[in-house]
Design a protein around this ligand. Structure first.
Ligand code: MF3
Ligand code: CO
Length: 248
């Protein structure tokens, strides 16, 4: 069942969204060679607490951290670790905050120092995919319209869209209905209604779309070892268009 949110509820949800956005703005200046993803994790735990928010993912299906830190070929759900980030890496940091009983969810991709041209292109195109999708997230459109925009842009640039991890509704819980892949056809899929709140979070690979999961049960990687990028916003569908709750 899709839980629609009232205007007042969407207003309440903005707090969690703002905290997540502020977190990303804070770490953007912190990510450089030598920093570890556990440093970012510790900062996240402190930042959420100081802002009166809860780290939603700690203990979620046994997930042990407040952030997911996914480096290079890791698509998503990487564990923060003690390995220093190095020049040329790209790292996706995903965080889910709970504030006043509502969830905000946003992932962002960061370049560590100077990165390759391929990495820069992949990051740019993936971010463009996110915003092209958001543009289509208007009342009356279908999810296929949104995801067709995402998929077309990725594939036109020679990249591929991960199918195995899904976007999701967001509310009092992180994962609500509906769920959908970031590919689609115009006019297909569920219709967007005022009051829907969900993520758009394209995971785009430089190589093939196929994904594997490590023995830890979480770390999702590209099967071919290629780079993967992701940008994610939580958005609300309103009469006035898409509202980006996690806008930085
Ligand atoms: N934030 C992720 C998403 O975009 C989910 C985190 S997975 C967790 O769906 F289980 F590790 F928390
Ligand atoms: Co997320």
């Amino acid at each position: 069942m899709v839980i629609l949110k009232s205007r007042a509820e969407i207003e309440e949800m903005r707090k969690a969204g703002r905290i997540v956005a502020a977190f990303h703005q804070a770490i953007a200046g912190m990510i450089r060679p030598g920093v570890t993803t556990l440093d970012i994790e510790s900062f996240a735990v402190r930042f959420l607490k100081e802002n009166g928010a809860k780290a939603y993912t700690i203990g979620y299906n046994g997930y042990p951290f407040a952030t997911c830190a996914s480096v290079n070929d890791v698509i998503a759900h990487g564990f923060p670790n003690q390995k220093p980030l190095k020049e040329g890496d790209i790292v996706k940091i995903d965080i889910v905050a709970e504030a006043d009983g509502w969830i905000g969810d946003s992932a962002w991709c960061y370049a560590v120092g100077e990165v390759s041209e391929e990495a820069r292109n992949l990051m740019r195109v993936t971010k463009e995919c996110l915003y092209l999708g958001i543009e289509k997230a208007v009342v009356g459109n279908r999810i296929g319209d949104v995801m067709h925009a995402v998929q077309t842009h990725a594939e036109r640039n020679g990249f591929s869209v991960v199918r195995d991890l899904l976007g999701h509704g967001v509310g009092r819980e992180m994962h609500e209905e509906p769920n959908y892949a970031h590919v689609g056809n115009p006019g297909k899929g569920f219709r967007l209604k005022e009051g829907m709140v969900f993520t758009i979070e394209p995971m785009i690979n430089a190589g093939k779309a196929l994904m594997t999961v490590d023995a830890d049960g979480w770390t999702a990687r590209t099967a071919d070892g290629s780079l993967s990028a992701q940008y994610e916003h939580t958005i609300a569908i309103t009469e006035d268009g898409p509202m980006i709750l996690t806008a930085q």
